[in-house]
Design a protein around this ligand. Structure first.
Ligand SMILES: *Cc1c(COP(=O)(O)O)cnc(C)c1O
Length: 457
């Protein structure tokens, strides 16, 4: 396969993608296969001889779509969305064609400078202060790891980087139990240890209790431990919990702060939702995933930083072979993150923000929120259905009278495949989450959840 073949097949692929998206509503949302089904159909070893593209493409069509859960399906209401707009897909094609490596300014000036510009556009779009900068990572998990490593090193005055952690004081990080497991993973990977992630009690509305936070930090200091930072939850994965960041900041006693708004951050393009994360603008680090709810497809995670110096001191290394001769003025984004190599992710943000405009993105998010509320209203009116958590933006949960009945309903709904939903545990109960946010969904698609519940309970 050479570049002429690529030209031909890329056009075929574009046609295929158009038809795939146009036909999504006719497919079950979740892959209707059993574990091992696909694997059993694949040869165990790679071919020795080149195969014709026709055959490869035909096998793709025969094997892959049927074993795929369709994240771009308009009736995908599971987990959180990973929505992909057409403008984003186009930009990804171009980025794939260039296949640049943006580890240094010099290795791809366009990737570096477009990234700087896009972080600035998004900072303003989300109503954050002018002096905030940031970078683009693959995922929120990476961004939160970077934030936690930076907290650790600030607390240790950067000695952990050279001396390691053995024999040092116990480092402590604070977060509520509503935060995502990526925070647990970050403290594990950072060598802080799960036992030193203090799960601060929450109030009735699932927000971190500021008095409990202050007390936990004071008790740790008293005990000779070393508090190093606080992670806030702005849109929890279970049922969309938000910490009252502004109320908690005075309790942080000057510790570095990081906000996990991986899902909900996109909604902050709408001014009316910003009270939900009031105080975030004063935090040291904020993570949000345009790849969830802003149409810039996976992977695309923005981390805002009030001041990048501590993170660059923590993560930046300059061996001789990475020295650049441009001097100190250029930004080498590998120093802001864990991996050295970096994809050209800013391109899709540039295309998406221009092709739809902030107004177009706001309109979609407002629709999703309104439709989630309307659906919750429909379900609430059904005999035997209980709304177990009220809509937070476009996420709510519901349940039937018993865990067994709720679980049976979820299994039936997903086996049928008209809509796709997932579960969580909330206040001790098995509940079904509804998360609206697919790029192409309509109000009618959202209302199909009510019909499925009606039909299958
Ligand atoms: C999705 C999500 C994450 C993890 O996101 P990745 O980008 O997949 O690592 C973390 N926190 C919250 C609140 C999320 O919704």
């Amino acid at each position: 396969m050479d570049h002429d073949d690529l030209n031909l097949w890329a056009k075929r692929a574009a046609d295929w993608v158009r038809d795939y998206h146009a036909g999504l509503r006719d497919r079950p949302v979740r892959a209707q296969v059993a574990p091992g089904d696909l694997l059993a159909q694949l040869p165990g070893v790679a071919p020795e001889a080149a195969e014709p593209v026709e055959e490869i493409f035909a096998d793709f069509e025969r094997l892959i779509p049927g074993a795929t859960t369709h994240w771009q399906h308009p009736r995908f209401f599971a987990y959180f969305p990973a929505n992909a707009s057409p403008a984003s897909m186009l930009a990804e094609q171009l980025a794939n064609g260039i296949a640049a490596q943006g580890m240094l300014w010099q290795t791809s000036p366009a990737a570096t400078e477009l990234e700087q510009a896009m972080v600035g556009w998004l900072r303003d779009a989300l109503g954050l202060p002018d002096d905030v900068t940031g970078t683009i990572h693959d995922t929120a998990t990476t961004a939160t790891l970077c934030a936690v490593l930076t907290m650790r090193e600030r607390a240790l005055d950067y000695a952990g980087l050279t001396e390691g952690l053995s024999g040092g004081p116990r480092l402590r990080v604070y977060a509520s139990a509503q935060t995502h497991s990526s925070v647990d993973k970050a403290v594990r990977l950072a060598g802080i240890g799960q036992d030193n992630l203090v799960k601060v009690p929450v109030r009735d509305d699932l927000s971190m209790d500021p008095d409990a936070l202050a007390a936990a930090i004071a008790a740790d200091r008293e005990a000779g431990h070393l508090p190093c930072g606080v992670v806030f939850c702005a849109g929890g994965t279970g049922v969309g919990a938000f910490d009252d960041i502004a109320a908690c900041l005075p309790a942080c006693a000057g510790l570095p702060t990081h906000v996990d708004a991986a899902w909900a951050g996109s909604a902050m393009v709408c001014e009316e939702f910003r009270p939900l994360w009031a105080g975030a603008e004063r935090c040291d680090s904020i993570v949000f995933n345009p790849h969830k709810w802003m149409g810039a497809q996976f992977d695309c995670c923005v981390q805002f930083l009030r001041d990048p110096v501590a993170q660059v001191n923590t993560l930046g290394l300059r061996p001789d072979y990475l020295r650049t001769l441009e001097g100190e003025d250029v930004t080498n984004f590998n120093e802001w993150t864990v991996p050295l190599g970096r994809r050209f992710r800013a391109l899709k943000l540039w295309f998406v923000l221009r092709a739809y405009g902030l107004d177009g993105i706001r309109g979609r998010i407002r629709d999703h929120v309104a439709w989630a509320e309307a659906l919750a209203g429909r379900l609430r009116a059904m005999e035997g259905v209980e709304i177990t958590s009220e809509p937070r933006l476009a996420l709510f949960s519901f349940a039937l009278e018993s865990d067994a009945a709720t679980e049976a309903l979820l299994t039936a709904i997903n086996a049928e495949g008209r809509v796709y939903l997932t579960q969580t545990r909330h206040r001790g109960r098995f509940v079904i989450r509804v998360s609206v946010g697919s790029w192409d969904c309509t109000e009618a698609d959202v209302m199909e959840v009510a019909q499925a519940v009606e039909r299958l309970r």
